[in-house]
Design a protein around this ligand. Structure first.
Ligand code: FE2
Length: 261
């Protein structure tokens, strides 16, 4: 639920209005002149990398790779419904803009084409860092709660970096590293979570179809319609096998019932 909390945003705005954050850290208006991540971002041509991780996580911001490393390919991610583009941002975006209206701002044709083709008609821009997000460390823990959504989760990383973790179809965690220029779509119903990395800085655009709903549905959510839809889309064979077994048992039970009558 990367930065889903509108409450946090409200707090941020209020605190900013009260002068609790310096202009250098989180100023909306002068963003382009000061707005740099604390540690240099990877080169623009880098793309996402993904790998399996264990269940026992001591430090959620660490890489948490298996030993030896078990890489996951873009194709593997696509099989789970995870889609990715790499679009180096064309300009400096503001530190925060809720909502973000591209008609009045930066014209990014590649991004616009994706927005149009997939129907993302809402966007906003947020910054997650210790300076810009009140109660930062507790928020970090909240982001890391496993959950699903009843819509796609779409994030475009403008600066900084972070990790999305998604479950594969055998319920193993895959860690996906995102950095500036990575645009990712998590499908409706996939179990996932987000964390900052050790750099503690993410500047991202959130995209949505229609009126945004940021509310996470925490696990267990196996009977939620969005989860069922996800399994039907991406686990059709196992799903149909399960339903066949269930139907078989139902048939047997009905048969015994008739014999008993
Ligand atoms: Fe989420």
């Amino acid at each position: 639920m990367l930065l889903h909390s509108s409450f946090a945003q409200i707090l941020f705005v209020n605190n900013l209005a009260q002068g609790k954050y310096s202009d250098r850290q989180c100023n909306f208006e002068a963003a382009s002149t000061f707005f740099e991540p604390p540690i240099e971002s990877p080169p623009a041509m880098t793309s996402i990398e993904a790998w399996y991780m264990g269940n026992n996580v001591v430090d959620q911001t660490a890489e948490n790779r298996m030993d030896p490393n078990e890489p996951v390919t873009i194709s593997d991610l696509r099989d789970l419904g995870v889609i990715h583009w790499h679009l180096p941002p064309v300009e400096d975006y503001p530190a925060k803009a809720v909502p973000w209206e591209p008609k009045n701002g930066i014209q990014d044709k590649q991004l616009a084409a994706i927005r149009d083709s997939r129907g993302y008609n809402y966007a906003d821009i947020i910054t997650c860092s210790e300076e810009c997000l009140p109660d930062y460390h507790n928020k970090l823990k909240a982001f890391f709660e496993e959950h699903i959504h009843s819509d796609e989760e779409v994030r475009y990383i403008l600066k900084g970096s972070g990790y999305f973790d998604v479950r594969d179809l055998k319920d193993r965690w895959i860690r996906i590293r995102l950095s500036a220029g990575d645009l990712i779509v998590l499908p409706e119903g996939i179990y996932h979570r987000f964390t900052m990395d050790t750099k503690n800085f993410t500047h991202a655009m959130r995209l949505f179809k229609g009126v945004p709903v940021w509310t996470p549905i925490n696990r267990p959510a196996d009977t939620h319609p969005s989860r069922e839809r996800y399994l039907q889309r991406f686990q059709p064979e196992e799903r149909s096998s399960t339903w066949s077994i269930v139907s078989c048992f139902r048939g047997l039970a009905q048969g015994w019932q008739k014999l008993g009558n």
